[in-house]
Design a protein around this ligand. Structure first.
Ligand code: SAM
Length: 187
Protein backbone atom coordinates (compact mmCIF):
# COMPACT_ATOMS: atom_id res chain seq x y z
CA UNK A 1 0.00 0.00 0.00
CA UNK A 2 1.13 3.53 -0.75
CA UNK A 3 1.14 6.23 1.95
CA UNK A 4 -1.15 9.22 1.45
CA UNK A 5 1.79 11.62 1.59
CA UNK A 6 3.56 9.93 -1.35
CA UNK A 7 0.91 11.29 -3.74
CA UNK A 8 1.32 14.61 -5.53
CA UNK A 9 -1.60 16.84 -4.51
CA UNK A 10 -3.09 20.15 -5.54
CA UNK A 11 -5.79 22.28 -3.93
CA UNK A 12 -7.85 22.18 -7.18
CA UNK A 13 -8.39 18.40 -7.14
CA UNK A 14 -9.80 16.36 -4.24
CA UNK A 15 -7.87 13.28 -3.17
CA UNK A 16 -6.15 10.99 -2.90
CA UNK A 17 -8.66 8.54 -1.44
CA UNK A 18 -7.15 7.77 1.95
CA UNK A 19 -4.89 4.77 2.40
CA UNK A 20 -7.28 2.77 4.61
CA UNK A 21 -10.16 3.27 2.15
CA UNK A 22 -7.91 2.29 -0.77
CA UNK A 23 -7.00 -0.89 1.11
CA UNK A 24 -10.65 -1.83 1.63
CA UNK A 25 -11.51 -1.07 -2.01
CA UNK A 26 -8.65 -3.25 -3.25
CA UNK A 27 -9.71 -6.08 -0.96
CA UNK A 28 -13.44 -5.89 -1.72
CA UNK A 29 -12.81 -5.60 -5.47
CA UNK A 30 -10.96 -8.93 -5.50
CA UNK A 31 -8.87 -7.42 -8.33
CA UNK A 32 -6.69 -9.81 -10.32
CA UNK A 33 -4.09 -9.33 -13.06
CA UNK A 34 -6.61 -10.01 -15.87
CA UNK A 35 -9.12 -7.38 -14.80
CA UNK A 36 -10.05 -4.30 -16.80
CA UNK A 37 -10.91 -1.39 -14.48
CA UNK A 38 -12.70 1.92 -15.01
CA UNK A 39 -11.99 4.66 -12.44
CA UNK A 40 -14.77 7.23 -12.89
CA UNK A 41 -13.87 10.53 -11.20
CA UNK A 42 -10.23 9.53 -10.87
CA UNK A 43 -9.23 12.82 -9.15
CA UNK A 44 -5.56 12.69 -8.15
CA UNK A 45 -5.34 9.02 -9.13
CA UNK A 46 -5.29 7.41 -5.68
CA UNK A 47 -7.32 4.46 -6.98
CA UNK A 48 -5.93 4.46 -10.53
CA UNK A 49 -2.40 4.12 -9.14
CA UNK A 50 -3.27 1.21 -6.83
CA UNK A 51 -5.28 -0.68 -9.47
CA UNK A 52 -2.63 -0.10 -12.17
CA UNK A 53 -0.28 -2.15 -9.97
CA UNK A 54 -2.69 -5.10 -9.82
CA UNK A 55 -4.94 -5.12 -12.90
CA UNK A 56 -4.47 -5.65 -16.64
CA UNK A 57 -5.76 -2.23 -17.70
CA UNK A 58 -7.18 0.93 -16.10
CA UNK A 59 -9.26 3.68 -17.71
CA UNK A 60 -8.88 6.86 -15.63
CA UNK A 61 -11.79 9.20 -16.29
CA UNK A 62 -12.36 12.73 -15.01
CA UNK A 63 -14.18 15.77 -16.35
CA UNK A 64 -11.65 18.12 -14.74
CA UNK A 65 -8.52 18.56 -16.91
CA UNK A 66 -6.48 19.41 -13.82
CA UNK A 67 -7.44 16.04 -12.31
CA UNK A 68 -6.28 14.18 -15.44
CA UNK A 69 -3.02 16.12 -15.32
CA UNK A 70 -2.25 15.27 -11.70
CA UNK A 71 -3.49 11.70 -12.06
CA UNK A 72 -0.94 11.22 -14.87
CA UNK A 73 1.83 12.62 -12.66
CA UNK A 74 0.94 10.23 -9.85
CA UNK A 75 0.88 7.31 -12.28
CA UNK A 76 4.34 8.29 -13.50
CA UNK A 77 5.63 8.56 -9.93
CA UNK A 78 3.91 5.65 -8.20
CA UNK A 79 1.95 3.44 -10.58
CA UNK A 80 2.20 1.58 -13.86
CA UNK A 81 1.62 4.25 -16.50
CA UNK A 82 1.76 1.73 -19.38
CA UNK A 83 -1.47 0.14 -18.22
CA UNK A 84 -3.52 3.34 -18.02
CA UNK A 85 -5.59 5.27 -20.57
CA UNK A 86 -6.67 8.77 -19.54
CA UNK A 87 -10.03 10.12 -20.62
CA UNK A 88 -10.85 13.77 -19.99
CA UNK A 89 -14.63 13.70 -20.15
CA UNK A 90 -17.66 13.22 -17.96
CA UNK A 91 -18.39 9.66 -16.87
CA UNK A 92 -21.41 9.14 -19.13
CA UNK A 93 -19.68 10.18 -22.36
CA UNK A 94 -16.47 8.37 -21.46
CA UNK A 95 -18.24 5.07 -20.71
CA UNK A 96 -20.06 5.13 -24.06
CA UNK A 97 -16.68 4.68 -25.78
CA UNK A 98 -15.35 1.85 -23.61
CA UNK A 99 -16.23 -1.77 -24.42
CA UNK A 100 -16.51 -4.06 -21.43
CA UNK A 101 -14.77 -4.15 -18.06
CA UNK A 102 -14.57 -6.15 -14.86
CA UNK A 103 -14.39 -3.50 -12.13
CA UNK A 104 -16.05 -0.08 -11.95
CA UNK A 105 -14.85 2.38 -9.30
CA UNK A 106 -17.09 5.43 -9.00
CA UNK A 107 -15.22 8.01 -6.94
CA UNK A 108 -17.00 11.01 -8.46
CA UNK A 109 -20.23 11.28 -10.41
CA UNK A 110 -21.70 14.74 -9.67
CA UNK A 111 -25.42 14.48 -10.37
CA UNK A 112 -24.93 11.66 -12.89
CA UNK A 113 -24.78 8.62 -10.64
CA UNK A 114 -27.94 7.07 -12.14
CA UNK A 115 -26.96 7.29 -15.84
CA UNK A 116 -23.40 6.25 -14.95
CA UNK A 117 -24.70 3.14 -13.17
CA UNK A 118 -26.99 2.32 -16.12
CA UNK A 119 -23.97 2.38 -18.46
CA UNK A 120 -21.73 0.53 -16.02
CA UNK A 121 -24.35 -2.21 -15.72
CA UNK A 122 -24.64 -2.54 -19.51
CA UNK A 123 -20.85 -2.93 -19.94
CA UNK A 124 -19.85 -4.83 -16.82
CA UNK A 125 -18.72 -8.42 -17.45
CA UNK A 126 -20.30 -11.41 -15.71
CA UNK A 127 -19.13 -11.45 -12.07
CA UNK A 128 -17.92 -7.86 -12.45
CA UNK A 129 -17.72 -5.64 -9.39
CA UNK A 130 -18.97 -2.10 -8.75
CA UNK A 131 -17.49 -0.09 -5.86
CA UNK A 132 -18.67 3.37 -4.85
CA UNK A 133 -16.85 5.21 -2.06
CA UNK A 134 -19.34 7.81 -0.76
CA UNK A 135 -18.67 10.94 1.26
CA UNK A 136 -22.24 12.25 1.01
CA UNK A 137 -25.09 10.47 2.78
CA UNK A 138 -27.17 11.13 -0.34
CA UNK A 139 -24.72 9.27 -2.58
CA UNK A 140 -24.88 6.10 -0.52
CA UNK A 141 -28.70 6.13 -0.48
CA UNK A 142 -28.88 6.84 -4.22
CA UNK A 143 -26.27 4.18 -4.98
CA UNK A 144 -28.02 1.47 -2.95
CA UNK A 145 -31.44 2.28 -4.45
CA UNK A 146 -30.17 2.39 -8.03
CA UNK A 147 -28.22 -0.85 -7.69
CA UNK A 148 -31.31 -2.56 -6.26
CA UNK A 149 -33.41 -1.31 -9.17
CA UNK A 150 -30.83 -2.79 -11.57
CA UNK A 151 -31.18 -6.20 -9.89
CA UNK A 152 -28.03 -6.16 -7.73
CA UNK A 153 -27.76 -7.08 -4.09
CA UNK A 154 -25.72 -4.11 -2.85
CA UNK A 155 -23.70 -4.23 0.34
CA UNK A 156 -22.46 -1.28 2.36
CA UNK A 157 -19.67 -0.80 4.84
CA UNK A 158 -19.03 2.49 6.61
CA UNK A 159 -15.55 3.26 7.86
CA UNK A 160 -14.54 5.73 10.56
CA UNK A 161 -10.77 6.09 10.62
CA UNK A 162 -8.87 8.03 13.27
CA UNK A 163 -5.14 8.63 13.10
CA UNK A 164 -3.01 8.99 16.21
CA UNK A 165 -0.89 12.10 16.76
CA UNK A 166 1.81 11.89 19.42
CA UNK A 167 1.69 14.91 21.76
CA UNK A 168 3.42 15.71 25.05
CA UNK A 169 0.95 13.92 27.32
CA UNK A 170 0.20 10.92 25.08
CA UNK A 171 -1.46 10.17 21.76
CA UNK A 172 -4.38 12.21 20.48
CA UNK A 173 -6.70 10.55 17.94
CA UNK A 174 -7.77 12.77 15.03
CA UNK A 175 -10.96 11.61 13.24
CA UNK A 176 -11.30 11.62 9.47
CA UNK A 177 -14.54 11.89 7.50
CA UNK A 178 -16.63 8.73 7.69
CA UNK A 179 -16.72 7.05 4.28
CA UNK A 180 -19.34 4.56 3.16
CA UNK A 181 -18.39 2.01 0.52
CA UNK A 182 -21.31 0.66 -1.48
CA UNK A 183 -20.38 -2.41 -3.49
CA UNK A 184 -22.06 -5.09 -5.56
CA UNK A 185 -21.25 -8.00 -7.86
CA UNK A 186 -22.93 -8.82 -11.18
CA UNK A 187 -24.56 -12.26 -11.34
C1 SAM B 1 -13.41 12.87 -4.57
S1 SAM B 1 -12.63 13.07 -6.12
C2 SAM B 1 -11.99 11.47 -6.41
C3 SAM B 1 -10.73 11.18 -5.68
C4 SAM B 1 -9.94 10.04 -6.26
N1 SAM B 1 -10.55 8.74 -6.02
C5 SAM B 1 -8.51 10.07 -5.77
O1 SAM B 1 -8.04 9.07 -5.18
O2 SAM B 1 -7.86 11.10 -5.96
C6 SAM B 1 -13.99 13.17 -7.25
C7 SAM B 1 -13.59 13.46 -8.70
O3 SAM B 1 -14.73 13.15 -9.50
C8 SAM B 1 -14.75 14.04 -10.59
N2 SAM B 1 -16.14 14.00 -11.12
C9 SAM B 1 -17.28 14.44 -10.51
N3 SAM B 1 -18.35 14.19 -11.30
C10 SAM B 1 -17.88 13.59 -12.43
C11 SAM B 1 -18.50 13.08 -13.61
N4 SAM B 1 -19.83 13.14 -13.80
N5 SAM B 1 -17.71 12.54 -14.56
C12 SAM B 1 -16.36 12.47 -14.40
N6 SAM B 1 -15.71 12.94 -13.31
C13 SAM B 1 -16.47 13.48 -12.33
C14 SAM B 1 -14.31 15.36 -10.01
O4 SAM B 1 -13.80 16.21 -11.03
C15 SAM B 1 -13.24 14.91 -9.00
O5 SAM B 1 -11.95 14.98 -9.56
Amino acid sequence: MLNDDEFIKTCDVPGPTKEEIRAILLYKSNVCHEDIVVDIGCGTGGLSVEFSLKAEKVYSIDKNPEAINICKKNLEKLGNLDKVSFIENDGVNALKNINTFDIALIGGSGRDLEPILDLVDSKLNHEGRILIPCILVDTKVDAVNKLKSLGYNPKIVEVNVSKGRVIDRGIMMIARNPIAIVYAKKR
